[in-house]
Design a protein around this ligand. Sequence first.
Ligand code: ADP
Ligand code: GLC
Length: 487
Amino acid sequence: MRVLLAASEVYPFSKTGGLADMTAGLTKALARLGHEAVVVSPFYRCARKSSQLPELEPWGPPLRIPLDGYTVEGRALRGRLAARITICFIEQPGFFDRPGLYDEIGAGRRAPYPDNAERFIFFSKAVARLAREGPERMDVVHTHDWQTGLVPLLVRHETLRPGWIGAPRTVHTIHNLAYQGLEAAWKYALTNLPPYYFHPDGAEFYGKLSLLKAGIAFADAVTTVSPGYAREILNPEFGMGLEGALRARGSVLRGILNGVDTEMWKTRGNPHLPFGYDARRLEGKARVKRALQAELGLREADVPLFGTVSRLELQKGIDLALEVLPWLTGRGAQYALLGSGDPELAARARELAGKFPGRFAFVEGYNEPLAHRIEAGADFYLMPSRFEPCGLNQMYSLRYGTPPVVRAVGGLNDAVVDAAEDPKRANGFKFGPSEAEALRGALERALGLWRDPEALRQYRIRGMRADFSWRRAAREYAALYRELLGR
Ligand code: ADP
Ligand code: GLC
């Protein structure tokens, strides 16, 4: 099959979170299964500057895209990434050659670009244009999150125009319902679509334009990134107001757990780790921990070290982690936190780092090499998310032999096994309510495991041997594509 995969982030060219890892990982795995993948993404400044940019050539004729009453010009540029993988960038410097992907970043504050609707409606239209008029016929168009939510609707509408033989099927994947692409109603005009799609059963959400809802309503199939999240979002607690729209698509909605790029996230031969190790020889892990303590200015003592790498957002429950921090260090443990995002959370973390020197290290920023060292060097990985569509870090930490402590939600619940569920398969710790008390309970149990080195070793080994390969996930997506194509 030939799949056009459209997303606003693709590793290594652009990334703010797991979406980028997912689109890159899925593409590679689909290609390995023998499918042809074309990934389309905006040509951001960071992509232009990427050292891994392949040679690019224009693809198809110049793009002249209408946005309401005016026309915006751009180009599709394509290059080969690997066998059966093409990357295609949509170039439109006015929209995409900017410092950020979605947000203006100023001193201590962030604000979405005021023309995000224009930017991503333009991008979505370019994708739909390529799907129909591009040099290659596509079997499936697979879109992701609100930024490309309009594509399934545009494709659907295009199929009503005569002459499109063998139009592709569409799949829309929801990575996070907290981001819906909600825009003022008047921006619907930018789609140049007839008014009848702007309706509560279509792209309208309480009088506003919802780009995500367009994807949910009009894609042939809708997926989310874990089976657990696919169930949770049918209810108001996790549905973020879209539970009704999701229920309406219940028969074509399913959850497929993301995978891990095992060529990048590996404990042997990893350029970011000072020492290698594996499930049979774990000594190297203890040495990575020592090096990490030294690197972060933590006391080089044989005490349990917890680690977190995260966007600093309410979703991630970092506030809970900081709330229990005084208690945790009081129990003799250390904590290493790497993250960026919400300025208030960052300020609170900085303040606590000042209060607990040698026991709590906060590194503000985005730092991939350090992310690897924290996942590997920590004894336990802390991820107290309020909700988590999939979550990749708990899977990275399992692979690195670092048992995760997680809230039992979404993909965290799917990937981690607690002893309360199955003592023979246990690889981490879960807690229920999003409260400090519940989190302390799970941390207490982790500290108990720390005092039993042989049991801890078993946890580490079980995590390292779990199968979170992209191959499994890609097979599930390919099966879905085939179903839609009636093959
Ligand atoms: P989300 O996409 O909601 O942020 P995921 O767990 O799916 O959560 O993915 C997060 C990805 O971003 C992981 O690859 C993680 O390592 C990475 N990441 C997040 N924050 C940082 C940071 N400050 N430095 C390095 N990597 C980070
Ligand atoms: C989103 C979710 C995260 C998921 C990622 C990749 O950013 O917040 O849970 O892992 O997308 O699918």
